[in-house]
Design a protein around this ligand. Structure first.
Ligand code: AMP
Ligand code: MG
Length: 530
């Protein structure tokens, strides 16, 4: 590791422009009239770099030499605070699992400041760097397993084209952290780690909600004006009330688009609380998230939510709208008229449905949408759930369908599709018939299009990924990393940079979830313990 001086500068617009906590002690408390509290990261005892995202660093203007330098490690492990910077934790509230939870805030995230490069801005935030005034009873730390999951998944999402916060680095702290993984009375020590997250900002719905809940109109307005001026500058010249409404409309649009992307790739966030909703429509806070193996609207990886399944795959659109409704309630205090907000929300429901259908039509390779597609899509979504069918393999292999090979109804389901069935030999006769009926309709539908199978297949392969971070893949990387072997983290990070490419050398990951992973903790069962 070189001893290279870090040359980049961090700005601190957020703290310069917005009111801060006058109390600078680092003790858990309610923080009023403030958007943030200054706080220093905890010094790790023996930090080491496990993995860094070189491409992201380069986008930020951080050179390779700097990235792998001792200075970088010191700063991004929290061991050293950069000169002329003052790290801080943000104050926000939120609805957790449908209930207002009051003040939450960055309990274990510490913002270092903002880096600017080529007209792009990135807030840099250490997750797991020690307690803050918002830590409540918790320790402010993060364990290696959850940090690996966040680091790998946020980068994988980016390369899939899903709006997301990024992860610059994954550092081991050298300290131990006590966690009860399944909240069942079996606490154990685990390795501590820190991820450096990056996003234009980490402002969430909850940042507005906390001021609204406290009837702190003054700071609600200050924060909203700041957010619009900094991140929605195309709205800043408008009359204030119109700009707030338009700001809300923008957040509605990007939030819906984000969930549609989740539906496209089979991602289940797991904890869509309003404090985990970015105002930029970015996927944020990778906790007990998961990837669909079998396509299943009811599935959630989050065992904490296993009874209610509030955040299940098929409910994410509804929840996004529910969360937007909460944001609308906060902004209402500035807009003072409910009707235009309600109109936006009503339109949002309709938009969501249309966008979902359009996205599914793209997955199926249709050039333009036709009446009747809606039914075909709903039928397919039902079929996929009759018999456990791997989502990624099914859609990827569907690109092999060539309507010219079938002059009439198919007599059997093509092998490249049965490959997606978890128990192909147990497929019921009536399900087989239903599949053949659907494939016949699909064949006819494709016949009505002026598109060669080769051209369609190419387009389908650009929206139906071949490689996603299946839950068991992340778990294998975690198991190795626990033993000090980081090779799998590195190789998965590389493969997941090109999720739509064939990458024959990576074909071992284009397979159904192995049986051992079906009900394994960490694979299909995750809790909020992290
Ligand atoms: P999450 O479920 O990760 O979105 O976290 C919800 C709230 O709990 C946020 O305010 C977090 O900052 C806080 N939190 C989660 N884990 C910890 C921890 N280990 N220490 C302190 N605060 C935490
Ligand atoms: Mg959170």
């Amino acid at each position: 590791m070189k001893n290279m001086k870090i040359s980049f500068q961090l700005k601190n617009d957020f703290t310069k422009s917005l009111p801060g906590d006058s109390d600078t002690t680092n003790t858990p408390r309610q923080v009023y009239n403030a958007c943030y509290s200054f706080v220093e990261p905890k010094k790790p005892s023996n930090p080491s770099l496990i993995h860094a995202s070189l491409d992201l660093a380069e986008e930020m203007g951080i050179t390779k030499d700097q990235l792998y330098s001792q200075d970088f490690l010191n700063i991004f492990s929290g061991k050293q605070v950069m000169v002329n910077t003052q790290p801080y934790a943000m104050c926000y509230g939120g609805h957790q699992f449908g209930n207002w939870a009051g003040q939450l805030g960055d309990g274990r995230a510490i913002n270092l400041g903002e880096i600017e490069h080529h007209d792009q801005r990135w807030q840099l935030q250490l997750k797991g760097a020690g307690p803050t005034p918002y830590s409540r009873q918790a320790d402010g730390l993060a364990v290696l397993r959850s940090s690996i999951r966040e680091h790998l998944c946020s980068e994988a999402m980016h390369y899939l084209g899903v709006p997301t916060t990024r992860s610059l680095s994954l550092v081991l702290t050298g300290d131990r952290v006590l966690r009860d993984i399944m909240y069942d009375g079996h606490p154990a020590y685990e390795k501590g780690a820190i991820v450096c997250r990056a996003a234009p900002s980490f402002i969430r719905f909850g940042n507005f909600q906390i001021f609204a809940a406290r009837r702190d109109f003054k700071n609600l307005k200050i924060l909203t004006d700041y957010t619009i001026n900094e991140y929605f500058p195309h709205l800043s010249h408008l009359d204030p009330k119109i700009s707030y409404l338009q700001f809300f409309q923008d957040v509605v649009n990007t939030t819906i688009d984000m969930v549609i992307h989740w539906n496209r790739v089979g991602f289940v966030h797991g904890v869509m609380n309003t404090d985990n909703m970015s105002i930029h429509g970015l996927t944020i806070d990778y906790g007990p998230y998961g990837w669909l193996d079998g396509y299943d609207h009811l599935w959630t990886p989050n065992t904490t939510d296993r009874h209610q399944r509030r955040y299940r795959f098929g409910h994410q659109g509804y929840i996004a709208l529910w969360n937007l409704y909460q944001l609308a309630n906060s902004l209402f205090l500035l807009i003072e008229e409910s009707q235009p907000l309600e109109a936006i929300l009503e339109q949002a429901q309709a938009d969501y449905k249309i966008k979902h259908s359009n996205m599914m039509a793209e997955k199926l390779g249709f050039n333009q949408s036709l009446s009747g597609d809606e039914d075909l899509i709903v039928e397919l979504e039902e079929l996929l759930q009759l018999h456990e069918t791997d989502m990624t393999i099914f859609f990827r292999n569907l690109a092999q369908f060539d309507e010219n090979n079938y002059s009439e109804k198919l007599e059997e389901i093509p092998a490249y599709l049965t490959e997606a069935f978890y128990e192909p030999l147990l497929l019921k006769e009536e399900h087989n018939v239903a599949w053949l009926d659907w494939l016949d309709k699909y064949r006819n539908r494709l016949d009505s299009e002026n598109q060669s199978p080769a051209a369609r297949s190419k387009k389908m392969n650009s929206v139906n990924p071949k490689y996603v971070l299946r839950n068991y893949m992340a778990q294998l990387a975690i198991d190795d990393a626990d033993k000090g072997d980081y090779e799998l983290i590195k190789s998965l990070a590389e493969i997941l940079k090109k999720p739509y490419d064939e990458q024959p050398e990576a074909a071992q990951w284009f397979v159904k979830r192995p049986d051992w992973a079906r009900d394994k903790i960490g694979c299909s069962m995750l809790s909020c313990s992290s």
